[in-house]
Design a protein around this ligand. Sequence first.
Ligand code: SF4
Length: 504
Amino acid sequence: MSNIDLKTPPKREDRLNACIAHGSTICEMAAGKGKKSCLQNDGDRSFTQGSICLLLPALAMLNSLPDNVVLMHGAIGCGSCTHSQNANVRFGTTQRQGKARDAVWISTAMNESDVISGGEDKLELAIIEADRRYKPFSITVVSGCVPGIIGDDIDGVVLKVQPEVNARLLPIHCEGFKTKIWATAYDAVYHGIGRTLLREGEQPATADGLAPFKGLERLPNTVNLMNVSSMGQIDEQELERLLKLLGLEVNIFPVFAHPESMVKATQAALSISTCPTHDDYFLSYLEERFGVPSLIQHMPIGIENTGLWLRDVAAHFGLEEKAEQIIAQEEKELSEALSGFRPLFAGKKVFISAGEFRALATARLLEELGFQMSGIRSFHHDKFAEVEYEKLAKSSTEDYVIDIADVQPFEEANLLRRLKPDLFLGHANGNGTAAKLGIPTHAIYHTALSYIGYKGAFELARRLQRQLRNPSYNRKLAENVRLPYRDEWYGDSPFTYITKGATA
Ligand code: SF4
């Protein structure tokens, strides 16, 4: 039985033993000492600061889908992150479809009466009204904490209402209280797609292996390129460029893909992950049910990682020689283009904060550019990243700190005051702590900027050069604002409040 057969996807704490609280070093993580602590994942900080729930990444994916209504079933504030995500939806649709489109997002806005009486009737009416008013191809019914706590059966409501509406209904389980690992969001969305849009097209095994969705042919030169919203179109284009040099056609999935077209993913000859943190759940399903093999290692950020990623794809199609030619040419051009930046970067210390795979792949790129790592904060840890810690431990001349933390800016402030890096790379909304300490910062992810492949290596270097040449904004910021922590906190170990697994 596959996970997709279950009503709700398992949380990542159970499925992958993922964890969010550990203090360590790169050498210890590479030696596997992170594994033991990460099996103990609950109650592992005696003090925590606010974080996000899995709704934010789930809605980043769902809001991008054209011809879809996101129907939140939850308390009134659930899903309000859509307001800030809408700029990405407009930007992304303008780039891809030539016309701006807003996310269509509505909510049952559950109140006290619904908590007491149940919200199923309200949800039923909301589905019918959304179908009548917007006439979408699909309605994704996203449940927050409240229906999970009071026991509303959103799958039951969807089954009951489906015959009455034209839209395809996809239940998506995002009850925030069920998991501390917000990467579970990717599984929740993929689970909904797999159980509804691709379910009735499953076919029995054939002599050649498993078949695509019913009535469709296998496409021998087409690959699925997975993007759950961690790449803007500029990065998609870079990977498409490299895959086309190998002679392959590319089906980008699932962000900004029309729900009706998602069956195309079952026709591909191969699925290629761009981030193992995101994709393993769905790629296993495509492999088990539709016979689409997958590659799920190496994030193509950085010179070495991009080469490894491309070589793996080429090996699947017997195109190794062609890949070596492409890589040699790209690396030669890039090496020349980067030479002017290297003197400024040489030996500068950098701290990185991001989702685990992105943080580790970007660390490798920065080393390739001449920086020296002073620390990494990964939002969670699971088995897929072990190989990346090993790579970094081998390439680094010094040991450095690893903080596994679902943000926790107080730990970050403590670490940054000790380590005093020359540069901080983190998410745009997470760079405030470093900026207020006067450290030059740069966004580690932005859909309008290039990060991936050979182009991304050059573009990141170009942007960092500009940032490092003029750090006066952050320096002046530090002179005029302070962080909200007492001086005593900076004298404690940054991992004081991690109750299991801290080693520093
Ligand atoms: S799903 Fe739960 S944790 Fe997430 S925003 Fe809603 S109430 Fe908060």
